[in-house]
Design a protein around this ligand. Structure first.
Ligand SMILES: Cc1cc2nc3c(=O)[nH]c(=O)nc-3n(C[C@H](O)[C@H](O)[C@H](O)COP(=O)(O)O)c2cc1C
Ligand SMILES: CCCCCCC(=O)C(=O)O
Length: 363
């Protein structure tokens, strides 16, 4: 495979069509889903020349977690729909690549088992973060937090864009409402009863719950799904340690802007006090470079990891990460940048609007 697009096509060819649609789909008319990729395509890169440089160091430290590359695995549900080894294969590949994996609360493998697999991928330890939907049952939410802590997760990623589930018409059309027999969200097993609970996406969750979580754990808290710059400011006042700027890959409110369009405003709102990670539509090393140039500390990828997993399990995920790493390295060299800190907003320009005539070329 030469690029992530080829993985996307190959994944669709091997997946059950309803599962391929679950992975691919967005909410409503999928405007935001498409916008994420289109917005990257509308940005141009502007290289500098004759700057020297050498081998690129792509390592980053995010909230104390050391990673070999500024590309995280964003949390996605149900990896066992893509491959029988599911999240275990993803975790081994992430660890081998030195990438931070954010395990989904809706994983088909428990966070403890995912952490153990990550250790086999990198015996010195591989950074694992845990994604959480705050449940109205706070006692159960605390059980989830303790499980993540005991597994050795180094940060909690709290998804706040889901006061209700997005409307996924592809799933309704396909009648995809439940996991196949034998699969479940292992993290949702309730030790009080032994039952697996459903995930509740509740409109009653507020900033009070973020404060409660802040008091409940000493792990760094990253809010995922803040889109409004004023909410970024509020997050700072509530002691949040980082933001994952995300529109859930276009799967929640359709019609919201592409994440890379919002990035400059969100970066300005946090004034360098906390890192901003971006996900949504990252498909090329050039996309990673654009986001980093505009102030992101790192990016996340969701669907591409599922494509790699579907195509070839652990090896496929490893290849997806390696393609992005190689492309980013090559992009930095061609940009005349000697390392990640050398990327600046000056390396990015908006593409001219369709049909626009360059200044001075009017007749
Ligand atoms: C199939 C699928 C499942 C997802 N599951 C979760 C989840 O469990 N929790 C969460 O916070 N985000 C979830 N997301 C959103 C991703 O974390 C991420 O924001 C999005 O996929 C990024 O866009 P990309 O797929 O274009 O890279 C999911 C996305 C997809 C495609
Ligand atoms: C009822 C289970 C919901 C899992 C959430 C997965 C998710 O966020 C997605 O976008 O799909």
């Amino acid at each position: 495979m030469l690029n992530l697009r080829e993985f996307e096509a190959a994944a669709r060819a091997v997946l059950d069509p309803a599962h391929a649609d679950y992975f691919a789909g967005g909410a409503g008319d999928e405007l935001t889903l498409r916008a994420n990729e289109e917005a990257f395509a509308r940005l141009r890169l502007l290289p500098r020349v004759l700057r020297g440089g050498g081998k690129q160091d792509l390592a980053v430290t995010l909230l104390g977690s050391r990673a070999a590359l500024p590309i995280l695995i964003s949390p996605t549900a149900f990896h066992k729909l893509a491959h029988p080894e599911g999240e275990l294969a993803t975790a081994r590949a992430a660890a081998a690549a030195g990438a931070i994996m954010i395990a989904s609360m809706a994983a088909t493998t428990s966070v403890g088992d995912i952490a153990a697999a990550a250790r086999t991928g990198a015996p010195d330890g591989a950074p694992l973060w845990f994604q959480l939907y705050i449940q109205p049952d706070l006692e159960f939410t605390e059980i989830l937090v303790r499980r993540a802590e005991e597994a050795g997760c180094e940060a909690l990623v709290v998804t706040v864009d889901s006061p209700a589930r997005g409307a996924h018409e592809r799933d309704r059309r396909n009648g995809f409402t439940d996991l196949p027999d034998g699969l479940c969200c292992e993290n949702l097993r309730d030790p009080r009863t032994g039952r697996v609970l459903p995930i509740v996406m509740s409109p009653e969750i507020t900033w009070w719950h973020v404060d409660w979580l802040r008091r409940t754990t000493s792990l760094p808290l990253v809010l995922k799904g803040v889109l409004h710059p004023e909410d970024a400011g509020i997050a700072l006042r509530h002691g949040v340690d980082g933001l994952l700027l995300s529109n859930h890959g276009g799967r929640q409110l359709d019609g919201v802007p592409a994440t890379v369009e919002l990035l400059p405003e969100i970066v300005a709102a946090v004034e360098g006090r906390i890192p901003v990670i971006l996900d949504g539509g990252v498909r090329r090393g050039t996309d990673v470079a654009k986001a980093l140039a505009l102030g992101a500390a790192a990016v996340g990828v969701g669907r591409p990891v599922l494509w790699g997993l579907a195509v070839d399990g652990e090896r496929g995920v490893g290849q997806v990460l390696e393609l992005l790493r190689e492309e980013l390295d090559h992009t930095l060299t061609l940009l005349g940048v000697g390392g990640l800190p050398g990327l600046t907003p000056g390396h990015v320009r908006p593409a001219p609007a369709a049909g626009a005539v360059p200044p001075g070329a009017e007749r």
